[in-house]
Design a protein around this ligand. Structure first.
Ligand SMILES: NC(=O)c1ccc[n+]([C@@H]2O[C@H](COP(=O)([O-])OP(=O)(O)OC[C@H]3O[C@@H](n4cnc5c(N)ncnc54)[C@H](O)[C@@H]3O)[C@@H](O)[C@H]2O)c1
Length: 358
């Protein structure tokens, strides 16, 4: 069957790995790139054999089926709406939108138009997390009762040349930026979240950029950057979550799941590779699945393209990303109001990925 045509909008830091992987994943053909900054689009197009176009010209092309939206979070929904209104399927970097309300609007528009939305992260499709899923589904730790999700770093202004969006409201904060990896990995393993509680703080009001042309300049912090919460899953499992841009270093592992018969330490959910460690039984289960080594960012896009061809659901779905964003929004609201919040959206666990895509 013929390849699915891809148009890329947003040629910044993360676009490089997507361009590399679109070329090596099956069933994808890059047709054009666009960016609000013409020189960024031209730099990305160089060497790809595709044109750098204005956004409207990219959306007008008949040979593009899915638009890959790699713009900043504040532009995810406005650019996403343009894509859907142009009749194209949409695949975005996380978060689905800067706010839950905007994301719901995108999901409604896609449903009205009969179009698909897919969304990063797709790291849960990597060999590391698929190994964990197979072990968990095989009953290796019994019934899950709880776990921990921990991502605490000193802040992305240490390496990103334009870190403004990590601190802006809406769309910023450690929970909004990194929460999608941890929550998506947990939902892949444990199913949907039903209720959350949280507290949060904002230890600093500005951040100093360390690299690039703006090094030394500061960006304002408009959101809480240190968030601690509790996730109550529909299954009954209770997981503690800590997301922070205020911690210089720590000794916790990224993700752990506790079951009635054992405990599991999972790979970093920002990676496709990694090992699963079991407290009981065999000490280490190596990531022996497909996509168990290397950086496969874009795998969710390739799965969505294959799903369009095969007329089946795709795994890194809009419904999953919407549920994740509702949980993030609810954690922030729980912290603001000092109340537990019930999650309304539904999502199923995605199907396991047992073999490489063809
Ligand atoms: N940088 C990373 O390591 C990383 C990792 C994972 C996910 N992400 C996610 O990827 C997305 C992009 O991050 P980045 O680091 O590449 O950002 P970036 O700022 O480096 O690049 C974003 C690009 O989008 C363009 N853009 C912004 N608004 C636009 C619009 N309305 N129309 C067209 N182009 C527009 C900008 O000109 C810029 O070139 C974010 O959602 C981020 O959360 C980034």
């Amino acid at each position: 069957m013929s390849d699915i045509g891809i148009g890329l909008i947003g040629c910044g830091v993360i676009s490089g790995i997507y361009l590399e992987n679109i070329a090596r994943l099956p069933g994808l053909a890059l047709r054009a790139v666009a960016d609000a900054k013409r020189e960024a689009a031209e730099a990305a197009a160089a060497g790809q054999g595709v044109p750098a176009l204005p956004v409207e010209a990219l959306l007008a092309r008949d040979d593009i089926d899915i638009v890959l939206n790699l713009t900043i979070p504040a532009a995810h929904a406005p650019v996403g709406r343009q894509v859907l209104e142009a009749g194209k399927h949409l695949y975005l970097e996380k978060p689905l939108s800067a706010t839950f309300a905007e994301a719901r609007g995108l999901a409604d528009l896609a449903a009205e138009r009969g179009l698909r939305i897919g969304c990063a992260p797709d790291t849960f499709l990597g060999g590391g997390h698929q190994t964990a899923r197979a072990l968990l589904d095989g009953g290796r730790i019994g019934t899950p009762i709880g776990g921990t999700a921990t991502m605490m770093v000193a802040g992305h202004e240490r390496w990103h040349p334009n870190p403004d969006f990590y601190y802006s409201d809406p769309g910023g904060g450690a929970l909004m930026d990194m929460g999608p990896y941890y929550l998506t990995a947990l939902i892949n393993l444990l199913g949907p979240v039903r209720e959350v509680a949280a507290l949060s703080s904002r230890p600093r009001d500005e951040r100093r950029i360390a690299t690039g042309e703006r090094a030394g300049k500061t960006v304002p912090v408009e959101v809480d950057t240190h968030v601690l919460g509790v996730l109550a899953f529909e299954s009954g499992a209770l997981v503690q979550i800590a997301m922070s841009f205020d911690v210089i270093g720590h000794w916790h592992s990224p993700l752990e799941i506790y079951g009635t018969d054992g405990s599991m330490r999972l790979p970093d959910p920002n990676r496709f590779d990694g090992r699963v460690e079991l407290k009981e039984g065999d000490p280490v289960a190596a990531a022996d699945r497909a996509y168990g080594e290397g950086n496969w960012r874009g795998l969710g896009l390739a799965d969505m393209a294959a799903a369009i061809r095969e007329d089946r659901p795709h795994r890194a779905s809009g419904a999953l990303a919407l549920h994740v964003l509702e949980v993030i929004d609810a954690l922030h609201r729980a912290a603001d109001t000092k109340k537990t919040i019930t999650i309304e959206s539904e999502c199923d666990r995605p199907q396991p990925l047992e073999t490489e895509l063809t």
